[in-house]
Write a protein that binds this ligand. Structure first.
Ligand code: CAA
Ligand code: FAD
Length: 380
């Protein structure tokens, strides 16, 4: 196996690194504190080509492979995981889902603008009482001939306020179980569609997370993605790829914290020497470096599986499960390396520690990844 990056992939990684350092780093602490992500910064991410990285140029995207996308996610996440989750949802859930399963009309109407970053997308599956157990959702999309009538509440939706286009998964025929679920494209401003309260979060505070309320929203039939009853499989297939993006986010958070801890340990002195000369600290760095590299191999493997058209349900789940664990453990240790300064906002590692936790929860908790992996192993 050869993970030698092409010249193009190295350039993409460098461009993402430069963008993260020049555009995302200034203001990252303030955005976290104020729970905001300015529209101008969102526009800059679009102009930099981050919003439709894997979308074909025919629909305004960059036509890049998954590995290039993962490299970008890793670099952005080292600095600002709120920015990278916006990128992740738009790319791997919304754009990928529309390009893979949407009609030509849907792609022309929505995908081109989403890929350029002119508009932003959201993916709406979770509900107050249906997160992991996604088929038990209560939101309904009742078939009324030429349109559906949508009623219900979606919870914890990333880009909830900033999005213009929402992919909403809802029950049309409860008796048919997961085969009675549809995925609908809902536009901001449709009558009866309201934004619920904003969540006040532990981490990724720059990214907006809202509940969404649907009250008799009329959604035209041409806004359904795929055949009648395809909605749950649409969600599952889309999330399989999404999990690779979140795994890359976790990898980036871990790598960002490690790089900061390594640098600090070479500068900070205690007992007459730089703290990296104390074996307890040097071994922490050794563990972090090893674990991050192991996570990186799993993440790149999953991306390569997707690019080679191999099944990536299991490799994506393994990458997310492992990289998110490494993100959590590495960031906790990075705070320890910083001592008291690790507890202070201006040194960044406390934010990375808070941001790491979500990677074990969204796009399927770690327990759910183990269900996917064990079913894969046992061929179920
Ligand atoms: N690809 C295609 N089809 C799939 C699939 C996949 N990856 N996974 C399941 N399916 C199909 C199954 O084959 C089955 O179809 P058939 O009956 O025709 O064979 C159907 O879907 C139902 O599958 P299961 O019986 O396995 O369903 P389940 O109820 O046991 O649930 C689960 C499986 C994996 C636990 C699933 O419910 C799940 O992934 N839950 C987690 C939900 C989740 O990840 N939510 C994330 C929300 S988005 C988000 O979080 C974004 C963000 O933060 C930024
Ligand atoms: P629950 O399903 O109630 O799980 C609670 C605990 O029980 C977890 O530890 C879980 O692993 C465990 N558990 C549940 N079932 C099992 C089982 N069968 N076996 C073992 N353990 C189990 N959703 C979207 O649709 N779109 C988004 O854009 C989005 N963005 C999010 C952003 C943030 C910041 C957050 C916090 C969440 C977001 N979510 C989004 C929702 C997220 O995907 C869910 O929170 C997640 O899937 C878990 O669901 P839950 O919170 O209902 O937990």
């Amino acid at each position: 196996m050869n993970f030698e990056l092409t010249e193009e992939q190295q350039m993409i990684r460098q461009a993402a690194r430069d963008f993260a350092n020049t555009e995302l780093l200034p203001g990252v602490i303030e955005r976290d504190e104020k729970q905001e992500f300015p529209k101008e910064l969102l526009n800059k991410m679009g102009q930099a080509g981050f919003m439709g990285m894997m979308v074909s140029p025919e629909y305004g995207g960059s036509g890049l492979d998954t590995l290039s996308y993962v490299l970008t996610m890793e670099e952005l996440s080292k600095i600002d995981a709120s920015a990278s989750v916006i990128v992740s949802v738009n790319n791997s859930l919304v754009c990928w889902g529309l390009e893979t399963y949407g009609t030509e009309e849907q792609k022309k109407k929505y995908l081109t603008r989403l890929a350029s970053g002119e508009i932003i997308g959201a993916f709406c599956l979770s509900e107050p009482e249906a997160g992991s157990d996604a088929t038990s959702q209560k939101t309904t999309a009742i078939d009324k001939g030429d349109h559906y009538v949508l009623n219900g509440t979606k919870n914890w939706i990333t880009n909830g306020a900033s999005a213009d286009v929402y992919l909403v998964i809802a029950q049309t025929d409860r008796e048919k179980g997961h085969k009675g679920i549809n995925a609908l494209i809902v536009e901001k401003g449709m009558e009866g569609f309201e934004l619920g309260p904003k969540e006040n979060k532990l981490g990724i505070r720059g990214s907006d997370t809202h509940s969404l309320l649907f009250n008799d929203v009329k959604v035209p039939k041409e806004n359904r993605i795929g055949e009648d009853g395809f909605g749950f499989k649409f969600a599952m297939k889309t999330l399989s790829g999404g999990r690779i993006g979140i795994a890359a986010q976790a990898l980036g958070i871990a790598a960002g914290a490690y790089e900061l801890a390594k640098k600090y340990s070479q500068e900070r002195k205690a007992f007459g020497t730089e703290i990296c000369n104390h074996q307890a600290i040097a071994f922490k760095l050794a563990d972090m470096h090893t674990e991050i590299q192991a996570a990186r191999l799993l993440v790149y493997q999953a991306a390569c599986d997707k690019d080679a058209n191999r099944n990536y349900d299991m490799s994506g789940a393994m990458a997310k499960l492992y990289a998110s664990k490494v993100a959590m453990e590495t960031t906790v240790e990075a705070v320890q390396v910083f001592g008291g300064n690790g507890f202070v906002k201006e040194y960044h590692v406390e934010r990375l520690m808070r941001d790491a936790k979500i990677t074990q929860i969204y796009e399927g908790t770690s327990e759910i990844q183990k269900i996917v992996i064990s079913r894969g192993i046992l061929d179920r």
